[in-house]
Design a protein around this ligand. Sequence first.
Ligand SMILES: NC(=O)c1ccc[n+]([C@@H]2O[C@H](COP(=O)([O-])OP(=O)(O)OC[C@H]3O[C@@H](n4cnc5c(N)ncnc54)[C@H](O)[C@@H]3O)[C@@H](O)[C@H]2O)c1
Ligand SMILES: [Zn+2]
Length: 344
Amino acid sequence: MKRLEIQSSIGKSEIFVGETLTNVSKYLPKTGKIAIITDPVIHKLYGDKFPQADIVLEIPQGESNKCLQSLDVIFEQLIEAEFDRSSFILGIGGGIVCDMSGFIATIFMRGVQFGFVSTTLLGQVDASVGGKNGVNFRGIKNIIGTFNLPKFVICELEILKSLPQEELLSGMGEVVKYGAIYSESLFSYIESHIQEIKNFSLDVLENLVYESVVIKAKIVSQDARESGLRRIFNFGHTFGHAIEKITHLPHGCAVSVGMVYAAKLSVLKGKMKESDCARLITLLSNLGMPISCNVDGSELLKLMKSDKKREGNGVHFVYLTGIGACSVEKITYDELERVVNDLR
Ligand SMILES: NC(=O)c1ccc[n+]([C@@H]2O[C@H](COP(=O)([O-])OP(=O)(O)OC[C@H]3O[C@@H](n4cnc5c(N)ncnc54)[C@H](O)[C@@H]3O)[C@@H](O)[C@H]2O)c1
Ligand SMILES: [Zn+2]
């Protein structure tokens, strides 16, 4: 097991990579009520390993249930079970469960303590470790939310074995992203362990999750509220979010295609060598990730313009300047419009 810490302006979090769900009770407070928030799939698969709790609440699966309406019933049950300020909320599940249970814990009684057992690769390397919590509103993703760090995050690796293949690939999209923007050594580690990743080697997964979280923790510690440096995590996401909306690919798979477009744009603008761009495409393709998709250029642009990260007539765009290095610069939608068809 590996432990690391995030210390930032929005609080402190301990992350345990390789710890197990069966050990989680030792991280829970000894006094006060405990609520587990989970989803029906995780409850069914792993409910017998859950720690002792006063109440277990389910959030229905799927992005369409990540909304304010789903919170009603949770608050109702917490109040009915007489939860108070000293209570603790434990989210056990993927990114949706973690985003929602963190939000619930932050606003219930103006804030109670909370922790996560993160059960998807995407959750472990991204959703559960950055302090962003929230829900969607009228189709706009994560537009209502808070910044607040959980007391702890448990990343069990064995639990990832029951993940559907495309969910694992979705998480790998974010892992490749960390290597591409920040760590050539993580990137080459992935390149040299493709088969082990496909065979689900727990040692290799532990290294991938740990190295990803080290990068995330380092950046979040410096810029928790995404006013500068943290923007680098958006690599591949300007295109990726739009592609996700059009194609309904899992998030990290849409980001995979988005990274390819962003890398090609980096080459087009003379920021990155063509050979580095080819290296990224080869890695994604060796992992079995999508590297292109058949989407209409004007539809892609329309959706990119509606991105919530839009600023005026453009967006902060993350370019690769090599493998393991990036820069962020504003790009106008006019410029994106000129290049979008070439990139596809
Ligand atoms: N807060 C952040 O910084 C942040 C970052 C990235 C993504 N997110 C959010 O995360 C969400 C996506 O997260 P996700 O990809 O984990 O999706 P998810 O939570 O929907 O989980 C994917 C599916 O896998 C199932 N599942 C979870 N763990 C499993 C396991 N171990 N075995 C078998 N099935 C399992 C779930 O029931 C679900 O059906 C999105 O809502 C996104 O907005 C948040
Ligand atoms: Zn992402």
